[in-house]
Design a binder for this molecule. Structure first.
Ligand code: BG6
Ligand code: BG6
Ligand code: GLC
Ligand code: GLC
Length: 947
């Protein structure tokens, strides 16, 4: 009957479209795309302001860090109680999360009960509100037959702004929506809940985490869709959260990875940022609210206000005679008489006009069909504006994420909840359409949270629970790597004892202290062309070095790298030296100097007993070498033999030097204060200038040294006064460079108290068990292995990689120094750490990546501290040798660990400084490797032979 009437009426008034007058009346509520983009840009600026530490205090949009660092990854599990307070319903729930891996997704089971919150509690004392919450919780336990004796972990969705310093500390900022209970501002909501639970008594509850409803919604949806990194609520109130890069979250320490930020966008406009878009109706709604001046954006968008906006518009239109022939009812004048549910009903697809008429009649009005069309249109404009504003806000967030990640297109899912979105028939479609129009480069999926926010809150709690127990176990595993100042002092003292013992020792000693027969550091008179060979680091290098006249003229250096295959390193000695001879042959061809018969320096980075600068007997292989029939033989001889076997070219090997010595010489060419050489690379070692009188080696050695000294004195007598050469009383004649081979510290058990079970395993699996114990705690070849042992242990304990010990993880040598350096780089987000691990064949979650990074940090930190302690012993010894209160000295350094690792050098310097306060140590990285040093030594040796 009504329909027939409506149709005839419609045709009779065809010429007047009632929506037109509404459009005119509500012109300022209809926002075009240009205006929406402008609003979006304003919101972007507000987000920036809220994130920055300088402007946060004054910012309207608070951008609260949620302390949720990753979206669900399927490893969450456990049984939790949950409270959900702040939306249109207060609920208590039990959530069971079952873990799922791979294609088998996890599962969640939930039981819930809604409890009313009496009106008077909304504006009463805060403690009373929380008492009610906790009584409902107890009732729920009772109703569901959940044991009151057992301890139950609980997750709390609290849909109001809180300043969180962790998941379980949340200072309440202010109420919004229909809540305004007193006495809670600035209080910790976790604590308030705990106290209420205690007051109620009879329950054992552990409150693990508090989350905002947006965050919980994102997590709920993230459980089903890994791309969900935004949570959106369009319910009683409105708000959004998203995953922000930690480097932009100033309020939380650290730059790693991402953190969810609760924008609290409801407050957008509280500082006037939306004043151009605010209508008189918005002002009226605000003025009549319980929080005037606050939550301006929320009051234009949220379900609590949409009905009221429609009412105020309709009332004004009626008053102006534009509706109901100018009649206004008392009901229409009454606040709250048009609800958001009414707005949704008026816009229903088929029944909308009928519903509008019923609603208006309920308000004691007598609407004409045109009035119904007009009022329905008012609803549409008000709700359309709401979805448009949400679209503008969301576009700002999506643009920000896209820019953060430097992506041309972004694929992302937005998890959504709230009565407006769920119940308004047109709202979702309109919102999706406008968002896609505003950010065409984003492929956005909207995912409705099907089970409220508590599932997400429980997932957060599950992660919190796992992290807490994981943290404790990881801390326990890593604690042996933390060395106290006292322990480092002890290491320094033991290193000192070891150095002294090595200088005195007649037999073998842990620290070998090998005389190098290098007395002089370069003085700039060196010139000529030399060949240098460099064996023992990551690669074999051949170099041609040309020293030009004077220090001003740059030395020219040409080199070529050769990798040594494992089977050569660990095959026969003959094969190894034949291989080296072949590389040298190739290099001489390459440089066109095959027949130049160049004087050659040989950097041989292994311990050698020397009887002169030109001979060296290999004591024992270290690091990754194990070629047979070399130990106990002269390495110069072996190389000469190999060259002879080749019968192709000739070399004049004038000097054999350790890499530490070569490095010291190379750096001393730049800095005369350089009297120490340090290698922190595949292996570790130090050389330094020691007083000859302190080198109390074997009798034979002593004689040799004495002879050497005599010769030096003889040379002094014949000195022709050449610049830079020794003169009578020249201090340089009294010192000789000693290759300490400090990597052997601890071979006599002196480091047993700091050696961990992981180190023992690494030692056992090495080529030289029981040897080079200090080196195995500190150098590139072993650090990755120590890390791998810790990771294996943590994985076996179920703390990493979901407890799966993969073949990759069982593979020795996967963590080379360069990977450790990459993983520990400060600028690497966790996701990138994850991709480094992926390259190594290790599939990790963000949390796994964080733990791996921590393990690497603990192991490399200890290594750097130990080297620092060793260095402190060396510099203090030199200072005391010279009877000085204060020593200025330079250390020439080389090695991949020192040069590439992001923290190693810094920690080493700091430790040395603290442990040797009377020494001012400068570290000078060697620029051209130790080959140049070997060439310099050869130059000096050649000059001498000529004399
Ligand atoms: C629910 C959440 O699903 O959505 C609440 O569980 C949240 O915590 C709510 O506040 C938002 O919607 P509304 O319409 O109830 O305010
Ligand atoms: C190089 C030296 O520069 O550094 C080598 O020339 C030395 O002789 C090496 O062994 C140490 O670094 P790594 O990291 O290659 O072991
Ligand atoms: C209000 C609250 C906010 C919440 C939103 C949706 O804006 O301040 O924390 O997320 O409502 O419930
Ligand atoms: C090993 C060697 C040593 C070398 C060091 C650095 O410790 O034994 O001679 O200097 O590695 O390469």
């Amino acid at each position: 009957m009504f329909a027939v009437h409506l149709v005839s009426f419609f045709f009779s008034k065809l010429q007047e479209d009632p929506t037109k007058k509404v459009d005119r009346f509500l012109y300022s509520m209809c926002l075009n795309d240009g205006q929406l983009s402008d609003i979006s840009a304003r919101f972007q600026a507000e987000m920036k302001k809220g994130l920055s530490i300088e402007s946060n205090a004054a910012a309207a949009v608070k951008m609260l860090p949620a302390h949720v660092r990753s979206t669900p990854d399927g490893t969450e599990k456990g049984q939790f109680l949950a409270l959900d307070l702040g939306g249109s319903k207060f609920k208590v729930l039990q959530v069971k999360v079952r873990e799922g891996t791979g294609i088998r997704k996890g599962e969640v089971e939930m039981e819930e009960q809604t409890y009313p919150v009496p009106r008077e509690l909304l504006s009463g004392r805060g403690t009373e509100l929380f008492d009610h919450v906790s009584k409902c919780l107890k009732d729920f336990l009772h109703e569901k037959n959940i044991s009151l004796e057992k301890k139950h972990p609980l997750a709390f969705t609290f849909s109001f702004p809180c300043e969180q310093s962790s998941l379980n500390k949340a200072l309440f900022l202010n109420w919004s929506k229909h809540y305004r209970a007193r006495g809670l501002q600035g209080k910790d909501m976790i604590q308030a809940l705990r106290e209420a639970i205690d007051r109620t008594g009879g329950m054992d509850i552990e409150v693990l985490a508090l989350v905002n409803d947006t965050v919980a919604t994102m997590m709920t949806c993230g459980f089903d869709d890994q791309h969900c990194e935004v949570g959106l609520i369009i319910g009683t109130g409105t708000n959004a959260c998203y995953m922000e890069e930690m480097r932009h979250v100033d309020l939380v320490e650290g730059d790693e990875g991402r953190m969810c930020v609760n924008t609290e966008w409801g407050a957008f406009g509280d500082d006037g940022a939306l004043k151009d878009y605010i209508t008189e109706f918005d002002r009226d709604v605000d003025a009549a609210s319980s929080n005037p001046g606050r939550q301006i954006f929320e009051k234009m968008v949220g379900g609590m206000y949409l009905g009221e906006l429609v009412r105020l518009v309709v009332l004004k239109m009626a008053k102006q005679g534009l509706l109901f022939d100018g009649c206004v009812s008392d009901a229409l004048r009454t606040k709250g008489r048009i609800t958001t549910a009414n707005v949704a009903a008026m816009e229903e697809y088929k029944n909308g006009l009928k519903n509008t008429r019923d609603i208006l009649m309920d308000l004691d009005l007598t609407p004409s069909p045109d009035d119904c069309i007009a009022v329905q249109h008012v609803s549409t404009i008000v709700s359309f504006r709401s979805s448009n504003l949400v679209a503008a806000g969301l576009a700002a967030i999506l643009t920000r994420i896209q820019q953060n990640r430097n992506l041309r297109t972004l694929r992302i899912t937005v998890g959504v909840d709230g009565t407006v979105y769920k119940t308004h028939p047109q709202y979702p479609k309109r919102l999706h359409k406008v968002v896609r129009r505003l950010v065409p480069d984003c492929h956005v999926r909207f995912l409705l949270s099907d089970s409220g926010s508590s599932k997400g809150a429980a997932l957060v709690a599950a992660v919190a629970q796992r992290l807490a127990s994981q943290r404790q176990k990881v801390d326990e595993s890593l604690s042996p790597f933390t060395l106290s100042q006292g322990q480092l002092q002890l290491v320094k003292a033991r290193m000192r004892v070891g150095l002294e013992a090595g200088l005195r020792s007649k037999g073998p000693s842990a620290i070998k202290m090998l005389p190098s027969f290098v007395y002089h550091r370069p003085n700039g008179t060196e010139r000529g062309k030399y060949l240098a060979l460099d064996l023992g680091g990551t690669n074999f290098r051949a170099l041609l070095v040309h020293f030009k006249k004077g220090l001003q003229q740059k030395t020219r250096l040409y080199h070529k790298l050769y990798t040594i295959p494992l089977e050569i390193m660990q095959g026969t000695g003959e094969d190894l030296f034949d291989y080296l001879a072949a590389c040298v042959s190739d290099f001489l061809d390459y440089m066109g100097v095959k027949h130049a018969h160049l004087p050659t320096g040989f950097t041989f980075s292994f311990p050698c007993e020397q009887t002169s600068i030109a001979t060296g007997t290999l004591v024992s292989w270290t690091k990754g070498f194990k070629a047979t029939d070399c130990e106990g033989h002269d390495v110069v001889n072996m190389l000469q033999e190999a060259i002879k076997r080749r019968n192709e070219f000739d070399l004049d090997i004038a000097a054999v030097v350790n890499d530490t010595v070569g490095t010291m010489m190379s750096c001393a060419y730049e800095d005369p204060q350089c009297e120490i050489g340090l290698i922190a690379g595949t292996g570790t070692n130090v050389c330094y200038m020691e007083e000859v009188k302190n080198i109390e080696k074997t009798g034979q050695n002593k004689e040799r040294l004495a002879r050497q000294e005599e010769r030096a004195e003889g040379e002094e007598d014949e000195d022709d006064g050449m610049e830079g050469e020794k003169k009578a009383g020249d201090v340089e004649t009294e010192k000789m460079c000693i290759n300490t081979e400090w990597g052997g510290l601890g071979d006599d058990g002196s480091l047993d108290d700091i050696i961990t079970p992981y180190d023992i395993e690494v030692d056992k699996q090495s080529l030289n068990p029981g040897k080079q114990r200090f080196e195995k705690l500190t150098s590139g070849m072993y650090l990755g292995e120590v890390v791998r042992q810790v990771l294996l242990d943590l994985t076996r304990g179920g703390l990493l990689f979901r407890g799966h010990v993969t073949e990759t993880l069982k593979t020795p040598g996967i963590f080379q120094t360069k990977y450790l350096s990459q993983i520990e780089s400060d600028h690497l987000a966790l996701l990138q750490v994850r991709s480094v691990l992926q390259q190594l064949g290790l599939e990790s979650t963000c949390n796994d990546s964080m733990i791996v990074k921590e393990v690497c940090g603990a192991v490399s930190r200890r290594a750097a501290q130990l080297c620092g302690a060793g260095m402190a012993a060396v510099v203090d010894k030199i200072r005391e040798n010279r009877g000085l209160d204060h020593l200025n000295i330079t250390v020439g350094v080389d090695g991949a660990l020192y040069k590439q690792h992001p923290h190693f050098a810094g920690i080493l310097h700091d430790t040395a400084k603290v442990l040797a306060p009377q020494c001012n140590v400068t570290f000078l990285p060697s620029e051209e490797g130790s080959g140049k040093g070997a060439a310099l030594i050869t130059a000096v040796a050649r000059q001498k032979q000529k004399m």
